[in-house]
Design a protein around this ligand. Structure first.
Ligand SMILES: NC(=O)c1ccc[n+]([C@@H]2O[C@H](COP(=O)([O-])OP(=O)(O)OC[C@H]3O[C@@H](n4cnc5c(N)ncnc54)[C@H](O)[C@@H]3O)[C@@H](O)[C@H]2O)c1
Ligand SMILES: CC(C)[C@H](C(=O)O)[C@@H](O)C(=O)O
Ligand SMILES: [Mg+2]
Length: 358
């Protein structure tokens, strides 16, 4: 039996999480996988109830689980609280750090039927897109010390710090992934300006020479990478990058797949324990209307089955069911183009359709 900590969070989090649970119920029945869910509050809702974004009991539930399925946290209501009390800095980042979830894996796939939702010209995505971003998640500018706003509020400091071992462990996973994909790694940095990027580039190069010379490696500055992603996305196979660059490039890459609501991520540590979440946020502009796209949350559940519970077949079946539903023309509002054959559905209906196709 697997214990799953389910943390829906704020905004669209609970709406899309409901769909992911429906899908997990069906697939676990089908494959005889015993799942025990432990729901708990995190983020803004936890601030409202317990005056803290990451209550002790929520952390305990996570510690006693085999994986964490996370929705998203934050929103306008909590934006003006002191920094460490806010949902993102007070819950999500501490969770990532607490469990040492250094490897954030963000696959960018374009489902063929969604080609029209992609903002790029057809000829650029004719053969689909299949990129995976390996983002370092527990260091870099997000966590480096010192980090503060001066008492008189006339200046502020963040520190971008990377150690060789932190770079090596994420680089190793990227090279390993490339070997079973198209054998190419693009390491993205800003080595023409940042010291931490110079070390990043040197470390990746050394590791490549010593252990992974069979993999094709190139280095790219982050500004160029942002441009290349929309100029010719298919040049990329595995993108290896640091915390902040990975955050920005993955939102950009999401639009290749048509919507932020389509991309999910796995954040894992050295022993394979993981937190699984959509790459997008709480979407306050559409929350509470049952119109959000639940696919990113459902894919997060599939990645959980694949990476933490080692049920690859079940994960693949979920991905196939999503593709099937999209093939049949069903679309939530964010991926609806009005083309003939498309049917507009809401969040619940999309969840039901995916369940029916399992
Ligand atoms: N992992 C997380 O918990 C996480 C990630 C990103 C942002 N956030 C938080 O979410 C809040 C809102 O942030 P934001 O507006 O910058 O980013 P966002 O990702 O919430 O929304 C950006 C845009 O994408 C759309 N969108 C996102 N997910 C969607 C979905 N599933 N279906 C359809 N449309 C979708 C939204 O409607 C919005 O127009 C902030 O408080 C932010 O800090 C949390
Ligand atoms: C909410 C925020 C802290 C988070 C990040 O920057 O890592 C989000 O944007 C993401 O991409 O997971
Ligand atoms: Mg982000």
């Amino acid at each position: 039996m697997y214990k799953i900590a389910v943390l829906p969070g704020d905004g669209i989090g609970p709406e899309v999480m409901k769909q992911a649970i429906k899908v997990l119920d069906k697939i676990s029945q089908k494959h005889n996988i015993s799942l025990q869910y432990e729901f708990s509050d995190v983020g803004g809702i936890a601030i409202d109830k317990y005056d803290t974004p990451l209550p002790e009991h929520t952390l305990k539930i996570c510690e006693n689980s085999d994986a964490i399925l996370f929705g998203s946290v934050g929103g306008p209501k909590w934006e003006n609280l002191p920094p460490d009390k806010q949902p993102e800095r007070g819950a999500l980042l501490p969770l990532r750090k607490h469990f040492n979830l250094f490897a954030n894996i963000r696959p960018v796939k374009v489902f063929k039927p969604l080609k029209d939702s992609c903002s790029l010209k057809d000829n650029l995505i004719e053969d689909g897109i299949d990129i995976v971003i390996f983002r370092e998640l527990t260091s870099g500018i997000y966590f480096g010390q010192p980090k503060y706003i001066s008492k008189d509020k006339t200046y502020a400091i963040d520190t971008m710090k990377y150690s060789v071992s932190e770079i090596e462990r994420i680089a190793r996973l990227a090279f390993e992934a490339a070997r079973i994909r198209n054998n190419r790694v693009t390491s993205v940095d800003k080595a023409n300006v940042l010291m931490s990027s110079i070390l990043w580039r040197e470390t990746v190069t050394k590791l490549h020479e010593a252990e992974y010379s069979d993999v094709e490696l190139n280095h790219m500055y982050v500004d160029n990478a942002a441009m290349q992603l929309v100029r010719n996305p298919n040049q990329f196979d595995v993108i290896l990058t640091g915390n902040m660059f990975g955050d920005i490039l993955s939102d950009e890459a999401a639009m290749l797949s048509g919507s932020l609501g389509m991309l999910a991520s796995a954040s894992i540590n050295e022993s394979g324990f993981g937190l699984y979440e959509p790459i997008g946020g709480t979407a306050p502009d559409i929350a509470g209307q049952n119109i959000a796209n639940p696919i990113a949350q459902i894919l997060s559940a599939a990645y959980m089955l694949r990476y933490s519970l080692k049920h690859d077949v079940a994960a693949t079946e979920i991905e196939k069911a999503i593709e099937e539903v999209l093939n049949k023309g069903y679309r939530t509002r964010d991926i609806y183009t009005g083309k003939e054959g498309e049917v507009l559905v809401n969040t619940d209906e999309m969840g039901d359709l995916i369940v029916e196709n399992l």
